[in-house]
Design a protein around this ligand. Structure first.
Ligand code: CUA
Length: 341
């Protein structure tokens, strides 16, 4: 009960960030559940050890304190009680074993990529590249690349190959899985899997200090039913289609001149300097953190450094893109949707 109160307290402290499903203490995935069990075991053992030590300590303080009339200041000295020494050696060993077995078991399960490497594997594999300060997601064999929102089907393992375009980042979706580093270069790619049975939006964070906007390097995992996931993949391949208004069409031209050298609007396009924007209009956040609306988008284009310091997006002043053109650009970008709704 005490344990649950402590966990509850932690949960309350961690909540209030306005991000749903961002707690390792409310696991919704297989990996996160294993980690949660490890936390519970550790805390139960720690509390038990603490209580026993305090009980013995209190007993000794009371039982052997100096009483009125006691002559000797130093009590009788005893050395080497074999039974006691065996006892306090064996108990810690047992406790450590209780911790070690599930820890090692979890570590091996996490690193197990045999399912992905099997010849008849039908698991989705996503190459996740961390950048300053955004995430690129490339679905292997699908010719679908997206950023910031990682769609996964529920009920199956989706393997993620983690790498970085610059410095070390760390990919962490606390409610689904433990964290794992994204290292630069091709030689040190880490692979883990995401698996959850619950549809929903899961917040992800960068968990390795990587620069001024490390704390703003958020992303989302969107778990949908396998049918919805297949539909999403198909829609992504089809793309957002032509702009629906004249203003949006004008925006598309501005995009081609000012933005297209860094941002692709085509699901198969890989490795742009900036995030792929094929389904930009479907997102709920701009740059991972801002509420998704026209005002914020224009603010972001005008002054990205103020919102996410140190990122690689250049700012566009009124001399480069007029207010009128910016309105058109925003309308075009917000219209880039592939969802069925
Ligand atoms: Cu990327 Cu911290």
């Amino acid at each position: 009960r005490i344990m649950y109160s402590l966990f509850g307290l932690c949960a309350v402290m961690l909540a209030g960030c306005g991000r749903e499903n961002l707690s390792a203490l409310q696991p919704k995935g297989e990996g996160a559940s294993m980690l949660y069990d490890l936390m519970v075991i550790s805390i139960v053992i720690m509390i038990a050890v603490f209580l026993v030590v305090i009980a013995i300590y209190t007993y000794v303080l009371v039982r052997y304190r100096k009483k009125k009339g006691d002559q000797d200041i130093i009590p009788e000295q005893v050395e080497g009680n074999r039974n006691l020494e065996i006892l306090w050696t064996v108990i810690p060993i047992l406790l450590l074993l209780i911790l070690a077995v599930p820890t090692v078991n979890y570590t091996f399960q996490l690193a197990d990529t045999s399912e992905m490497e099997a010849e008849d594997s039908d698991n989705y594999v996503v190459d996740v590249t961390a950048n300053a300060f955004w995430w690129n997601f490339e679905y292997q064999g699908q010719e679908v690349t997206t950023s910031q929102d990682l769609y996964i089907p529920t009920g199956e393992k989706v393997f993620v190959n983690l790498s970085s375009a610059d410095v070390i980042h760390s990919f962490w979706v606390p409610a689904i899985q433990g964290k794992m580093d994204n290292n630069p270069g091709d030689s040190n790619v880490n692979t883990i899997y995401l698996e959850t049975d619950d549809e929903g939006v899961y917040w992800g964070k960068c968990a390795e200090f990587c620069g001024p906007s490390h704390a703003l390097m958020d992303f989302r995992v969107i778990a949908v039913s396998p049918e919805e996931f297949d539909a999403w993949l198909a829609n992504m391949k089809e793309g957002p289609g032509e702009p629906s208004t004249e203003i949006a069409a004008a925006g598309e031209e501005i995009f081609a001149q000012s933005c297209a050298s860094c941002h692709a609007v085509e699901a198969g396009a890989v490795g742009g300097v900036g995030p792929n924007l094929t389904s930009f209009g479907d997102r709920e956040k701009i740059a991972g953190i801002l509420e998704h609306n026209s005002e914020n988008l224009k603010e972001w284009i005008r002054n990205p450094q103020e919102i996410k310091p140190g990122n690689n997006m250049p700012q566009f002043s009124e001399d480069q893109i007029s207010d009128e053109d910016l309105d058109a650009l925003a309308e075009y970008l917000l219209g880039l949707k592939v969802s069925d709704e």
